[in-house]
Design a protein around this ligand. Sequence first.
Ligand code: ZN
Length: 144
Amino acid sequence: MYRECVFCGRDERLDQMMIEICDLSVSTLYLNKEQTYFGRCVVVLKDHQRELFQLSEETRTKFMNDIVLVAGAIEKAFQPDRINYGCYGDYMPHLHFHVVPKYKDGEAWGFPFELNGKQIFLNDEQYMGMIEKLMKYMEFTPVS
Ligand SMILES: [Zn+2]
């Protein structure tokens, strides 16, 4: 846990960017407030780790399974034409994946999605509606 880390701190800096949806096996799911790519989410590893290769095989597998679970729910909830995955974090060296639905008639189709391109924000009611829809399609498996 690093106080200066936005994901570890979970303070107002994070609240400005994302809405926490739920905990997954080794990560936390957030809805990105910027919604140029409708349904855009972020899956953040709970532990402060910088690189995938630094994770144990067990944690890495669980992390990937969490991402897959989210992508499956996004597919069902928002019916995108493709889902893009982004793991960058030059300035946020705490492992997190952007799970970004892409639409053929939408922004940046055929190109990498822009992390901070257009700034499309919705209202709280719309965010809650999206979260509700997403949760309906989250197929949780019991943690053994
Ligand atoms: Zn951190």
